[in-house]
Design a protein. Structure first.
Length: 588
């Protein structure tokens, strides 16, 4: 490059010298041809004015040549600038650096730049607080204001997401291989059914179990984009824990089926946010704000796919509106799919109905015998107020309102009752990398939100409805030390007693004398998540360990029966997880 610059400079200087030399020779020739021989006095006397004229013309010629030299010098400088611009490498700025063919996600052909620099992948945007408000004059956010999905392909680096038009698509998911051992043969999968831990009096309570399973693996995608000043997210996620009709899964083929976990779209513009689809219920505790993204939801760090006892959660369809008066306060209201539930899911005990109203079970009241079989008057209405004064503290208050309604076929009378619940949740980093968690829930008729371990209601002999008292809590910690994440939690569920006297004088309902229904379920669990290796381009490998001690006690037990008073279970989990590479674009 240096020799090229020097040869160009010498060529320009030679050209200037030749032009200047030609001018001077011309001036000299003019002076020579006008000279007069000095052979006489008359000639000598007349030569003086002629020489003066020639000197004047020579000065004029020299002035003209000087102007030509200045013009050539300007041309030389311009040519030098063009040469340097053509051969000098482009700046290292991402906004100006040409992109090599291996770093563009576009069909537009681009010439590779010499010696491309290492590529830094953008950080994921995991919080709704990161999403921008309206652009200037309400217009959409452009590439110049930080929208990576609209940036010109030749000015962007290799992203950790895919670009499709003006949107970005990020892969979501991981691959799990889980081993679980239990000292009780629960006869299930890798998820705990807290309400059906076997009693020691039976064969299942005297046998252990060991299972290998990949069903917790997940796949999905996330779509981000800006349009007309609004940021939108589409989120899809499914796992392989669906119920299969095949009877040979364990014997021959392991053909588990996928199931939908999350499928929603969220749009935020300014202070208003709207969500529609199947998401984590608004009643589920958040880690920060009121974001629907899984990374901002608290469902613990455990490997148990049913999480921990006492956690209020479900994933169900609904609509949600969120108002953000500031970055530190958010208020949300949701209308979510309702269900009139009387037990039976997750091993939970089932309400015993009066004899004349037994037909309500499985038709007007859900006993998990079918899909959307129960009578529902209106959606469940849930509200949440969240405070995040700093990144180290999150506090929220939740409330739910439910209305139950049944028709008594004996008296031809409708009966309805309003139920509800409230929760107070805290997630605080008390010292660096050490967080305390406290989730507390109490309800009249909110039992199904604790993994269905408590029924919502009982029905009296006259057909009237009585919401059942129930509550749950989680207390624990999470601590990060280098490549290790340590966790420990205590969880508990309490189900109240509501005895009903049937028309024939017998006792029914929940928790009556002679029943074997659950009174309390408790769990103590701890473990760690170890990051073995990770790379933003290739993903990560983690090892996850968990120990859990679970216990359930009954409202009534038979005297003298071994283990009749309750049941206990010890579980040990070990999991190898490969997380897919990829991250959502950073719209900051």
């Amino acid at each position: 490059m240096i020799s090229y610059k020097m040869s160009a400079r010498r060529a320009a200087l030679m050209l200037a010298s030749l032009v200047a030399g030609a001018g001077l020779l011309g001036a000299a020739d003019d002076a020579t041809t006008t000279a007069v021989p000095l052979d006489s006095a008359n000639a000598a006397s007349s030569a003086a004015p002629s020489q003066n004229d020639e000197i004047a013309r020579l000065k004029a010629a020299l002035a003209a040549q000087q102007k030509q030299l200045q013009s050539l010098q300007q041309m030389l400088e311009q040519q030098q600038q063009l040469i340097e611009k053509a051969v000098t490498p482009a700046p290292s700025s991402a906004a100006q650096r040409p992109t090599s063919l291996g770093t563009v996600a576009s069909m537009t052909p681009v010439f590779p730049a010499p010696a491309p620099e290492p590529i830094a992948l953008p950080a994921p945007a995991t919080s709704m607080a990161n999403f921008p408000g309206p652009g200037p004059q309400g217009g959409s956010t452009t590439a110049g204001s930080g929208n990576p999905c609209e940036a010109a392909p030749e000015t962007t680096q290799m992203p950790a997401y895919l670009r499709l038009g003006n949107i970005c698509i990020a892969p979501v998911g991981f691959m799990d291989m889980t081993a679980v051992w239990r000292n009780e043969n629960t006869g299930g999968s890798i998820g705990s059914s807290y309400g059906s831990i076997p009693l020691n009096s039976g064969a299942t309570g005297r046998l252990s179990e060991f299972r290998l399973n990949m069903q917790n693996s997940r796949l999905g995608f996330r779509i981000d984009g800006n349009w007309m000043g609004a940021h939108f997210i589409g989120y899809n996620e499914f796992d392989f824990l669906g119920t299969s009709g095949a009877t040979s899964i364990t014997v021959t083929n392991g053909a588990v089926v996928p199931r939908a976990r999350l499928y929603w779209v969220d749009v935020r513009k300014g202070k208003i946010e709207f969500l529609a689809g199947q998401s984590w219920s608004l009643l589920t505790p958040n880690r920060s704000g009121i974001s629907p993204l899984p990374g901002n939801i608290f469902f613990s760090q455990v490997m148990d796919v049913n999480y921990i006892a006492g956690l209020t959660w479900t994933r169900q369809p609904g609509f949600r509106v969120v108002y953000h008066p500031s970055d530190k306060i958010a208020f949300a209201f949701a209308a979510e799919n309702a269900d009139t539930y009387i037990g039976g899911s997750g091993g939970g005990s089932t309400v015993v109905l009066p004899t004349a109203l037994a037909a309500l079970g499985g038709t007007q009241l859900d006993t998990t015998a079918g899909f959307n079989t129960s009578s529902v008057l209106h959606p469940d209405f849930i509200a949440k107020l969240a405070f995040d004064p700093s990144s180290r503290l999150h506090f929220e208050i939740n409330g739910i309102e439910r209305t139950f309604k049944v028709w008594d076929p004996v008296t031809n009378v409708y009966n309805s009752k309003v139920g509800g619940g409230v929760s107070f949740n805290l997630n605080a980093e008390v010292v660096k990398n050490f967080r305390l968690i406290s989730n507390n829930f109490w309800s009249d008729g909110g039992g199904r939100y604790m993994f269905g371990e408590a029924p919502d209601l009982v029905v009296n002999a006259n057909g009237s409805i009585s919401p059942l008292h129930s509550g749950g809590l989680n207390e624990g910690f999470e601590a990060t030390m280098g490549k290790f994440l340590f966790f420990g939690y205590y969880g508990g569920i309490y189900v109240g007693r509501d005895t009903v006297v049937d028309a024939n004088g017998s006792l029914v309902g929940y928790g009556y004398h002679g029943s074997s229904q659950n009174r309390m379920m408790q769990e103590v669990t701890f473990g760690m998540n170890q990051t073995v290796w990770r790379n933003p381009r290739y993903g990560a490998i983690n090892l996850i360990y968990q120990y859990a001690f679970e216990q359930r006690s009954l409202w009534y037990w038979t005297t003298g029966v071994a283990g009749g008073k309750g049941a206990k279970d010890d579980s040990i989990y070990f999991d190898v997880r490969y997380t897919l590479p990829g991250a959502a674009p950073n719209f900051n």
